[in-house]
Write a protein of this length. Structure first.
Length: 369
């Protein structure tokens, strides 16, 4: 069996033990809170890992794009929610086709969406299953005004080809919380706002099967989930990354790293490795608990971070690190944000006790449509 340091670089590694621990902790949390776990698979984009999440108790999966849903369905995943607004006849026809063989739902947030969905699904054997997104402070998509929400509900009631499955929200602004208590405040405000809109729907006789909330940081703190929420949609928890590690103050839960080779040491302080923006991204987080240092954390070297990246080069300025590594040595870098980093690799190597136990195809790579 091959050891991971025999792999050519750059190579995306996933520590199986750490990943399984992360999955177990989140599933147990959801079970204790009496909600369903519908993990967001845009983090790993890998059908094999989605199946493992379901085997451990997840109730279906979440994706970001129709293309991801198609790939997951082709690999045997049969309960999929697209946590995004889907616009355009081409994409809606693809969802209608998927609905013939799996249970699939998707997001809307305006009257225009309702009209488009009704037109495409008219005459379909199954109604379109939709969830209305509620904006809860992130400053992204979703319904803001109560009057707008009521008009949207009325429009759906008048449709023949649409079924309102529920509502969903994403409290992504919790990433910028300054402290655990601030994170809890933002989370509770977001959940209460989501539940307020759920109550409005119930009051006019539209029973909701799903009230779905998501974002990893509050669930890392394992805040209580109030009655009325039916499911949670964390994504990053399975692999973690440098930014999420800052939330809990340890990198020990990071399952994913990028293996890279030292290729140059041109000055007393500078070290160059063979992975750059095309394997790590150039992402940072600048605020709150998830604020990152540098462009990636060098694993097993305290205080060593990637200083800069070119397309194919990581630049590290650290005299002590330079003295410890030789040309040809391999080191691991923890990405700042694992979701886009996964999308840069065609495959990942599952590692157990230093050995490569499985090669995983990142089948949803590049599925942006």
């Amino acid at each position: 069996m091959m050891t991971y340091d025999e792999l050519d670089t750059p190579a995306l590694l996933i520590d199986q033990r750490v990943m399984m621990e992360n999955m177990t902790v989140m599933q147990q949390y959801a079970d204790r809170q009496h909600v369903k776990l519908r993990p967001h698979t845009k983090t790993h984009k890998t059908p094999m890992l989605a199946k493992r999440q379901e085997e451990m108790g997840a109730f279906g999966i979440t994706v970001a794009k129709v293309g991801e849903a198609e790939v997951m369905a082709a690999h045997g995943l049969t309960d999929i929610f697209i946590a995004n607004q889907i616009v355009g006849e081409k994409k809606l026809k693809r969802i209608r086709q998927l609905a013939e063989s799996i249970r699939i739902s998707f997001g809307i947030d305006c009257i225009e969406h309702v009209h488009q969905v009704e037109e495409v699904f008219r005459g379909a054997e199954k109604k379109a299953e939709v969830l209305i997104e509620i904006e809860v402070g992130e400053g992204r998509s979703g319904v803001i005004e109560e009057s707008h929400f009521r008009n949207l509900l009325k429009a759906i009631q008048e449709c023949d080809a649409i079924h309102l499955k529920g509502i969903f929200s994403h409290d992504g602004h919790t990433y910028q919380a300054e402290s655990p208590s601030h994170c809890q405040t933002l989370y509770e405000e977001a959940v209460n706002r989501t539940l307020m809109f759920a109550q409005i729907a119930e009051e006019i006789g539209m029973t909701l099967e799903v009230v779905s909330i998501g974002s990893t940081p509050p669930f890392l703190f394992q805040f209580d989930i109030p009655k009325g929420v039916t499911e949670i949609r964390p994504g990053t928890y399975i692999l973690m990354d440098a930014s999420q590690s800052n939330v809990i103050g340890t990198f020990s839960h990071c399952a994913a790293t990028v293996l890279t080779t030292v290729i140059s040491k041109p000055t007393r302080e500078r070290v160059i490795t063979d992975v750059g923006a095309k394997g790590l991204t150039a992402q940072t987080r600048s605020k709150g608990l998830t604020k990152t240092k540098g462009l990636g954390k060098v694993k097993e070297f305290d205080g060593v971070f990637v200083s800069d990246v070119f397309d194919e080069h990581a630049i590290i300025y650290h005299e002590g690190f330079r003295q410890q590594v030789q040309i040809g040595d391999k080191v691991q870098i923890i990405p700042n944000h694992i979701c886009p980093a996964m999308n840069l690799h065609e495959k990942a190597y599952l590692i157990q006790d230093g050995e490569v136990v499985e090669e995983l195809l990142i089948a949803c790579k590049g599925k942006l449509q």
